[in-house]
Design a protein around this ligand. Structure first.
Ligand code: ZN
Length: 69
């Protein structure tokens, strides 16, 4: 049995973030800020000009948020 599935580390998956509309990797971050310990990044596709926001939450804080509800 051949193993053809390559496992990528989380850092690599985050670096190759693609545009969800056109699939382009020509994506830049035009704004980033911290909010309640979370990193909010506003990304923009240079090919089709679509903009979206990604929120990176600290893992342990995220667990705390779930448990406190
Ligand atoms: Zn695009």
């Amino acid at each position: 049995m051949t193993k053809n599935k390559t496992e990528q580390p989380a850092e690599t998956m985050q670096a190759v973030l693609q545009c969800s509309r056109c699939g382009s990797e020509n994506v830049c971050i035009w704004d980033s800020r911290k909010l309640h310990g979370s990193q909010i990044r506003r990304r923009k596709c240079k090919d089709c000009n679509m903009r979206w926001t990604t929120i990176e939450v600290d893992y342990y804080q995220w667990l705390h948020e779930i448990e406190s509800r």
